[in-house]
Design a protein around this ligand. Structure first.
Ligand code: NAP
Length: 345
């Protein structure tokens, strides 16, 4: 057996070799944990810093089947965690700082200084908010600029806020902000929303919400106390630049996949999403992916759950094939190139 490969008793040197490590604790991650646990793979799930992923900062989830009364994002995450743990998923609150897929078994290192060896990985690291990348945005983040209405809306009771963006997030969060703010203006770069019809209808009929069309934000302005006092805006049709006074700037202009962990070895699309095939396989045999790290189209809790399930089922099949035949005899047609330099343990 080559150095660095798992022995039959499931150890490399003195270290146990995990069957599967799930990275990420959103709906995709916990579903992958649930399914691999029920397949007796004893999964280890490493949560990442943003426990629960994006749904955990969602005030109300109305479109996840099975909950007709709707429930909060954190409640849904807690239920998913409990269900995954019930069948044996081990949940570690830690952040994966590095994965090494140059040799097999793979090595996963964490911010808490732990190092794990694993035969397979399910990447479910999700996505993070996209920034506008304009002057003042970073400077006033936490001082009036926010990417989470559920987290920060409370601080804007009776105040004026703007929301930037025209998708589901922008409109949903604008609606949420009307619980606190006296006025919510949604600034969108076009004259039509991208958001779903049901959200549009609700926003158009909400008296606290106004729309400012064909408008982009060029700069966030602050006051002498270092808090947001307004924004510089520009009309995309006329080019006219003006100032708009406001207390808060909530930015929802899309998301970027959390691909920071991935080395050049992984194939990504032009937006940085992991490319997977219909079996949720990345180009590295033994590494699968689910959720917004690979999904640039749907990005729903329901689709992430489905992808997590599919990735877990495929991982189970892959591991069975690997245990039976080793890399050389596997059905997986892709060639895993074991490098000259292997992990020493
Ligand atoms: P999104 O659908 O990509 O929308 C981003 C919005 O930001 C678009 O309206 C876009 O304008 C605008 N935008 C992008 N870059 C901009 C820039 N530099 N300056 C100004 N505006 C900019 O992102 P999202 O709203 O975060 O939604 C992401 C995914 O999650 C979607 O699939 C959505 O359906 C889903 N989601 C679903 C729910 C729900 O089901 N309740 C809730 C939240 C999110 P353009 O329209 O001109 O491109």
């Amino acid at each position: 057996m080559a150095t660095g490969q798992a022995s039959t008793n499931g150890h490399v040197g003195h270290r146990p070799v995990e069957d599967v490590i799930v990275i990420g604790s959103g709906p995709a991650g916990f579903t992958a944990g649930l399914y691999t646990a029920r397949a007796n793979l004893n999964p280890l799930l490493i949560t990442g810093n943003d426990y629960g992923g994006q749904v955990s900062i969602t005030y109300e989830v109305e479109n996840y089947p099975g909950f007709p009364e709707s429930l909060s994002g954190p409640e849904l995450v807690e239920k998913m965690k409990l269900q995954a743990e019930k069948f044996g998923t081990r949940v570690e609150f830690d952040y994966v700082s590095e994965i090494d897929v140059e040799s097999h078994p793979f090595v996963v290192r964490t911010a808490n200084g732990k190092e794990y060896v694993t035969k397979s990985i399910i990447l479910a690291t999700g996505a993070r908010p996209r920034y506008l990348e304009i002057p003042g945005e970073q400077e006033y983040t936490g001082k009036g600029v926010s990417y989470c209405a559920t987290c920060d809306g409370f601080f804007f009771r009776g105040k004026d806020v703007i929301v930037v963006g025209g998708g589901d997030s922008a409109v949903e969060e604008a609606l949420f902000l009307t619980k606190f703010a006296s006025r919510v203006r949604v600034l969108h770069r076009r004259d039509q929303l991208r958001a779903s019809k049901i959200l549009q209808d609700r926003a158009f009929s909400n008296e606290k919400i106004e729309f400012v069309w064909n408008t982009v934000v060029n700069e966030v302005l602050g006051d002498a106390e270092g808090k947001v006092r307004g924004v510089v805006i520009q009309n995309t049709e006329t080019g006219v630049v003006s100032e708009l006074q406001t207390d808060g700037v909530f930015i929802f202009v899309g998301h970027l996949p959390n691909n920071q962990l991935l080395q050049e070895k992984f194939e990504l699309d032009e937006d940085g999403h992991l490319i997977v095939d219909t079996k949720m396989r990345t180009n590295v045999p033994g590494v699968f992916a689910a959720g917004e790290i690979m999904d640039k189209v749907f990005k729903q809790v329901a689709t992430s759950v489905g992808q997590g399930c599919a990735a877990a089922m495929q991982t189970e099949r892959w591991l069975a094939d690997f245990e039976a035949h080793g890399f050389e005899g596997m059905e997986d047609p892709r060639v895993f190139r074991l490098p000259q330099q292997r992990v020493t343990v």
